[in-house]
Design a protein around this ligand. Structure first.
Ligand code: NDP
Ligand code: 8X3
Length: 257
């Protein structure tokens, strides 16, 4: 008897890493639950990939706890037994110093990157535990959760949460067979930068010009690799940058004597 195709649940599949993951896992024959707020994009992706595998598109805002719960409760039996969760939905808003930032933007980043990831994890964990050995969660953190930079304030704080939450989850999941990785990408070309700078195409262009950044398919390949390692291997954290990116070093502000 052949075993059923594994299923992966991907948050934020309407662009960037999530969309690239959907394509990568579909190419390997995994069934997909794909989510995001933009219904048209989700439907188009589901249509594109339905030639390769079974796809369930769920229009969802990860900040909406009740909607998340009802979507998870309503997962049809064919998608019920999850082998993978890619907690990817997230965003940065602005790059202003803390003293001038917009508090609403801070709220949105916390609600999405922290609380949305918490909701998806808690609600889907029973299904991952039911799968047991070989199941994986990949939480998309960031280099911003480890390395401080000016204007990174709350965005970096949310990604530091993702890192510590991931590691704490490993302790709680001991003995279940479920793996957890905090994936920490650096500069990667995606709509992330358009969202961060409120649609400013010139800032998008200057962010990536000449940087040879990572591409979403690089991240998708990494996530697929993480989830297809032998079941006894857990990669706790994985930081990945383009070769062009490194560290700026410590800053010292000299006062006039
Ligand atoms: P994109 O902007 O291309 O994709 C973000 C995805 O998140 C979209 O599918 C969007 O869908 C979804 N999303 C955002 N808010 C919500 C919400 N409230 N509910 C549901 N879905 C939501 O960016 P990336 O692919 O680059 O980013 C993916 C993740 O990677 C994020 O967590 C980001 O912080 C992280 N990251 C990005 C890096 C980069 O340089 N690009 C580097 C390191 C980490 P929709 O708008 O349709 O809801
Ligand atoms: C996105 C990477 O360096 O723009 O998480 O914060 S960075």
């Amino acid at each position: 008897m052949t075993s059923p195709a594994p299923t992966v649940f991907i948050t934020g599949a309407t662009s960037g890493f999530g969309q690239a993951c959907a394509r990568r896992f579909a190419a390997a024959g995994w069934q997909l639950v794909i989510t995001g707020r933009r219904a048209e994009r989700l439907e188009a992706l589901a249509h594109e990939l339905s030639a390769q595998t079974q796809v369930l598109p769920l229009v969802l805002d990860v900040r909406d706890r009740a909607a998340m719960q009802s979507a998870v409760d309503g997962l049809p039996p064919a998608f019920d037994r999850l082998r993978g969760l890619v907690n990817n939905a997230g965003l940065a808003l602005g790059l202003s110093p803390a003293q001038t930032c917009d508090l609403d933007e801070w709220d949105t980043m916390v609600d999405t990157n922290v609380k949305g990831l918490m909701y998806a994890t808690r609600m889907l964990l029973p299904r991952l535990i039911a799968h047991g050995s070989g199941a994986s969660i990949v939480n998309v953190g960031s280099v911003a959760g480890k390395w401080p930079y000016a204007g990174g304030n709350v965005y970096g704080g949310t990604k530091a949460f993702v890192r510590q939450f991931s590691h704490n989850l490993r302790c709680d999941l001991a003995g279940t067979g479920v793996r957890v990785t905090d994936l920490e990408p650096g500069l990667c070309e995606s709509e992330f930068t358009l969202v961060r700078f409120h649609g400013d195409q010139a800032r998008y262009d200057s962010t990536y010009a000449g940087a040879n950044p990572l591409q979403p398919h690089d991240i998708a390949e990494t996530i697929f690799w993480l989830m297809t390692q032998p079941a006894h291997i857990n990669v706790n954290s994985l930081e990945i940058m383009p070769v062009s990116q490194s560290w700026a070093g410590m800053a010292v502000q000299h006062q006039p004597q």
